[in-house]
Structure formats: structure tokens, C-alpha cells
Design a binder for this molecule. Structure first.
Ligand code: SAM
Length: 405
């Protein structure tokens, strides 16, 4: 068993916990933006490929306490880094601090530097030579989290973690060409679908301002039980390469049982994908946008995702829509929100008209609208059933649920 930290967007922690529970992983501690857990390495890799909300997965290497910079240098010099990577591999150090640690150490960069110095000193002491730092594409990313100790306020707990993911797990791979100007992260889009009460086996799903169709694509993956990493898995099986940094880690490469388990896992998940894609049928997913360039990006993304045949896309104004199949549906929407797109007066009018159209044309349906601006939210004259706080690219938002009677 190893210890891991799994991060996910703020506000999606409960979804992450239920994914972990379903996978049979025991959670040690909940945290803001993630969870600490203890599990078998292969199960952690399975989560890396199958979690819809995780952003990154880290393996915990060490946990100790310090009260000053020198202590960090000493403890990191004594850690057996050669068990993690070799002299010819590159590395980078990233850090995060809680409020108390930031206040105590002030120059947090200096602490990252100390950890890096400790690693370098360790290799130099042992081999007379050191591995290089690469801040862009390192083989190993070492992540340090410093928090005030719960037992002694003068001491700080340091956790040293190794990032297994490489690029963020939200990068599913269907968004490689042109990118929409305000896209949702794919794992946040999946979280919105999971937070909704959409009945995936019987209800149509409408995204009234679909942009690059992220929510519809994620919903289709959920409906057909296709793992979020499916495109990466196919690339891995065809070209024997993948975006996950653990593929280069000694932790993985030196464990032949883990490698064999991983090979079987990707094959099993690929079979699951083949079955899911074969059963995917049109009639459930409907995306609308009034911008031709947005729809072009959406088409490109659904093509790359290999599900363009099941996602109907149409140029239409969201204030004039009707249920696509005449029956009640679930509506999701991530309207433009001032900070990035659109002008205030126009937006106020758009939000109001959009709410009025939902009221008149979508009786019996349920709508989920992701809104960051409370003034704009008030322009929708519908009663809110639930308001779920979420963080979207640094913006505090609410996912508002409206039951349309
Ligand atoms: C924030 S973006 C949506 C991003 C999307 N969720 C994604 O992941 O790419 C808002 C979208 O609303 C569209 N839009 C703005 N006004 C609209 C209207 N009246 N009718 C339909 N779409 C509209 C914009 O063209 C833009 O693509």
C-alpha cells in the first residue's frame, strides 16, 4: 500500500470521495481540493485513468516536520532520492503553503530552493554528480506541501509528493486544435453533469450555449461508461506512449508486477471504450450556440472525441429554444459571464430572456446554469432549488438548479 493525494477542482470533493469509495479506496483525510488516501499502486493508476473529476494524482514520498529552512535542507539531503530517479533524468520542484506557513516563511520560493538544494546535495554526496532541473518538461515533478502542524504551532508538516499525472488529467485529448475562448475544464464539466439529476438512460440533455461542447462530450462518456482517458489509452496502445509521467518513474519501471497489471488494465479499459462507442446512439445530446466559430470548435472536439454522430449541434439563440424532442429534458448551460466574455447590459438582457424562455418553453424540465456573477443571476426570474459553489478557472461560481414547472 502507498499513500496518495488526489486533487480535484474546489467544490467537487464530495464527487471525488464517492469515486474513491466506489473504487474501494480508503480515504485517510479529506482536504480542500482533494483527498489523501492509502491504496495499492495499481488501484491508484486505475483511478488516474478512470476518475472523471480528479485533476492530478500524487504519490506521497515522505512526511516530516520542520521549524526552519535549515531543517528542510538537512532532511531533504538525507532522503534516498536515487530510489526515485536517476542522474540522467530531469526534475522540477513545485510547492504550496497554507496561510500559516506562508506567514512564517515569507519567502516561499526560498523553501522550494532548499528542497532542490537538498536533492542536489544528496546526489552529489553519493555520486559526485547531480541531475538537471527542467522546469518545462521534467521527467519527475516533486511537489512539496507545507502546513502548520496540528500538534505544535511552531512546527510545520512537510509532505513531499511525486506527481504521477504529468499533464492535468482534465486534458482528455479531444481539444487539441483550436480552443474556445472560455472553455470549461473537462473534469469540471464532468462534475457538473454528475451533480445534476440528469437521468442518463431516458432523458435528453441540452446545452443551450454549448461553446466547445465540453459538457455534452463528458455527459456522453458518462452515459456510455467510456473512461475519460480513452483517447490517451488508444494512443498508448497504438504508439506505446502516453502523457502520464509515471511511465518514466523508477517506482513504475522497476516494478514488473505493476507494469503487467497496468498493461492488463489499459487493455480492459480499451475494451470498455470499444463497447461504449459501439453502443453510442443519437437522440440524447443536443448543443446550441449562436456563434458559428464556437460551433466549428464544438464539431472539431466531437470529431476528435469520436462521438460526433451522437451529438447534434445547431446554430440557435438560447433565448428561443424549445425541447428538441418535445419532451422534458435536463438543460445545462455555462453562459458568458462578464469577466471574460460579453458586455454587462447585453448580458443582463440575455440572462433575463434566457430565464423567460426556460419558463415558457421547457415545462417539466430541469436546468443547471453555472453563474459567476450574482447580479446576472438575479436577472433570471426563476426560483433556485439548489446552489452549488464551484471554482471555474479561478472564478467563484454557483451551479444553480431550477425546476421548471
Ligand atoms: C462560456 S462559453 C461556453 C463554454 C463551454 N461550456 C465550453 O466548455 O466550451 C459561452 C457560450 O455561449 C455562447 N452564446 C452567447 N450568447 C448566446 C445566445 N444568445 N445563444 C446561444 N449561445 C450563446 C457563446 O458563443 C459561447 O460559446
Amino acid at each position: 500500500m502507498d499513500q496518495f493525494f488526489i486533487s480535484s477542482p474546489l467544490g467537487t470533493e464530495e464527487l471525488l470521495l464517492s469515486e474513491l469509495e466506489q473504487a474501494g479506496v480508503s480515504v485517510r483525510n479529506k482536504a480542500n481540493g482533494g483527498a489523501y488516501c492509502k491504496t495499492r499502486p495499481l488501484l491508484a493508476l486505475e483511478l488516474l485513468l478512470t476518475s472523471r473529476v480528479a485533476s492530478r494524482i500524487y504519490r506521497e514520498l515522505s512526511k516530516f516536520s520542520i521549524s526552519n529552512e535549515q531543517e528542510l535542507l538537512l532532511k531533504s539531503t538525507n532522503w534516498p532520492w536515487e530510489s526515485l530517479f536517476t542522474l540522467d533524468q530531469t526534475f522540477k520542484v513545485e510547492s504550496s503553503f497554507d496561510r500559516e506557513a506562508k506567514r512564517r516563511f515569507r519567502n516561499t520560493l526560498l523553501l522550494s530552493q532548499k528542497l532542490k538544494d537538498g536533492i542536489v546535495d544528496h546526489f552529489r554526496g553519493k555520486y559526485g554528480s547531480r541531475p538537471n532541473v527542467d522546469t518545462k518538461q521534467p521527467d519527475i515533478t516533486i511537489f512539496m506541501r507545507i502546513e502548520q502542524s496540528t500538534h505544535n504551532e511552531r512546527r510545520f508538516t512537510v509532505r513531499i509528493l511525486q506527481d504521477l499525472s504529468g499533464s492535468p488529467l482534465s486534458n482528455r485529448g479531444y481539444r487539441r486544435a483550436i480552443v474556445h475562448q472560455a472553455p470549461l475544464r473537462e473534469n469540471l464539466a464532468a462534475a457538473i453533469i454528475m451533480l445534476s439529476n440528469w437521468k442518463k438512460d431516458q432523458e435528453p440533455l441540452v446545452d443551450s450555449m454549448c461553446g466547445s461542447a465540453t459538457m455534452l462530450i463528458e455527459a456522453a462518456l458518462i452515459k456510455y461508461n467510456i473512461p475519460p482517458s480513452y483517447l490517451m489509452i488508444q494512443e498508448f496502445l497504438e504508439e506505446n506512449k502516453g502523457p502520464w509521467s509515471f511511465l518514466n518513474h523508477l517506482w513504475f519501471t522497476q516494478d514488473s508486477a505493476l507494469k503487467t497489471g497496468f498493461d492488463l488494465l489499459v487493455k480492459r479499459l480499451n475494451q470498455q471504450t470499444i463497447r461504449g462507442l459501439a453502443s453510442a446512439k443519437p437522440g440524447t445530446f443536443f448543443g446550441y450556440d449562436n456563434s458559428v466559430p464556437s460551433l466549428k470548435i464544438a464539431r472539431d472536439a466531437t470529431n476528435r472525441a469520436k462521438i460526433s454522430h451522437i451529438i447534434a449541434l445547431k446554430k440557435e439563440c438560447a433565448t428561443k429554444l424549445h425541447p428538441p424532442s418535445g419532451k422534458p429534458c435536463t438543460i445545462v448551460c455555462n453562459p458568458p459571464y462578464g469577466e471574460r466574455l460579453g458586455r454587462d447590459d447585453e448580458l443582463a438582457h440575455l440572462y433575463h430572456q434566457y430565464g423567460e424562455n426556460l419558463k415558457q418553453s421547457f415545462r417539466g424540465s430541469t436546468a443547471y446554469i453555472l453563474i459567476s456573477n450574482s447580479q446576472l443571476r438575479k436577472k433570471i426570474s426563476l426560483q433556485t432549488k439548489r446552489r452549488i459553489p464551484l471554482l471555474n478557472g479561478g472564478l467563484e461560481c454557483r451551479l444553480c438548479e431550477y425546476l421548471l414547472f
